[in-house]
Design a protein around this ligand. Structure first.
Ligand code: ZN
Length: 154
């Protein structure tokens, strides 16, 4: 599994160094929500533009550890331009990933609770589960996104 670990580390570092969808949207009309993880000091500000049931645009700013910032970047790339039901499904799958230890994913022939292939690059964050204190870093952007979606459709 070393090669896969290397690949995952490479993806996380790439998104940390070159975050996708970095910036701000004018709010309003965009929704602006802030997230904070006091355990690590991570901060995320998410800007959402929801149009006719589609997450038309997403931008974010923030500071914090590589896990929190790369997770935010990976998230933005995964949900931008997607219908809201698909966005919510991706959120649910990612949160499930954060509760499943990798040993339960590794058995060939057994049904996995999370389909890693469906997650694409997001699967790179799977290893975070081994470090429970980092799970809050990885889920910060996602919880902030959920809050923003609730405000956008309210
Ligand atoms: Zn952190």
């Amino acid at each position: 599994m070393t090669n896969l670990d290397d690949l995952y580390r490479e993806i996380i570092l790439d998104h940390y160094r070159s975050p996708r969808n970095r910036g701000e949207l004018e709010a309003p009309p965009a929704v602006r929500v802030e997230g904070f993880n006091p355990l690590c000091g991570d901060e995320i500000v998410v800007y959402l533009d929801v149009e006719e049931g589609v997450l038309a645009n997403i931008k974010m700013t923030g500071t914090g550890c590589s896990i929190s910032q790369s997770s935010a970047s990976l998230m933005s790339a995964a949900v931008k331009g997607k219908p809201l039901d698909q966005v919510r499904a991706t959120i649910a799958t990612f949160k499930e990933l954060m509760t499943v230890h990798e040993s339960t994913l590794a058995h060939d022939g057994e049904p996995a609770r999370v389909d890693l292939r469906a997650l694409g690059e997001l699967a790179a964050l799977q290893g975070v589960v081994k470090f429970p204190v980092r799970i809050k870093c990885a889920t910060l952007a996602w919880n902030t996104l959920v809050q923003g979606l609730d405000e956008a459709v309210a």
